[in-house]
Ligand binder design. Sequence first.
Ligand SMILES: Cc1cc2nc3c(=O)[nH]c(=O)nc-3n(C[C@H](O)[C@H](O)[C@H](O)COP(=O)(O)O)c2cc1C
Length: 159
Amino acid sequence: MIEPKQYREAMARYAGHVQVVTTAAGGKRRGVTVTAACSVSDDPATVLVCLNRSNPKNQIFLDSGAFALNTLASDQQNVASAFSGEFGMDEDERFEEGDWDTIESGAPTLRGATVTFDCRLSDYTTLGTHMVLFGEVVGLRMGDHRAALLYMNRGYHHL
Ligand SMILES: Cc1cc2nc3c(=O)[nH]c(=O)nc-3n(C[C@H](O)[C@H](O)[C@H](O)COP(=O)(O)O)c2cc1C
């Protein structure tokens, strides 16, 4: 058996593109900074994102039936920090970082992201500590080619 602490130490050596996954329901918005998100399929175009299910605030992602995966550029570290809770902001204050609109699903989408995948929640499952959300991409916004914001060795890096 691999201990959770040892596993987390191993994953700290793994470089991940920093993204903010967002949703909205019942007049509330939520966003979470993630690296556990990737492509699943190109037909139908589908992504997945893994969210900690011990956090009751993540229930809104299941209730809304939609999410947007906003992929961050190197100059958007302030957005990543806000949505990871680092600044201690409440949900609405976090959305004051960056410029937000919507495309198709109603989930908040970040202008200036390198790319945004706007998704309908097509399936989900739970595994251990996390829920895995599958999103069929119903809207796409491709930004300019810019340097990416990565997270590795417990710090932000640019690529
Ligand atoms: C770089 C980075 C990557 C993260 N990746 C994930 C992730 O993939 N899944 C997840 O559930 N939380 C992830 N987190 C933690 C969440 O961002 C954080 O727990 C959450 O935003 C706290 O929300 P709250 O303050 O509203 O409870 C990550 C945090 C950082 C800084």
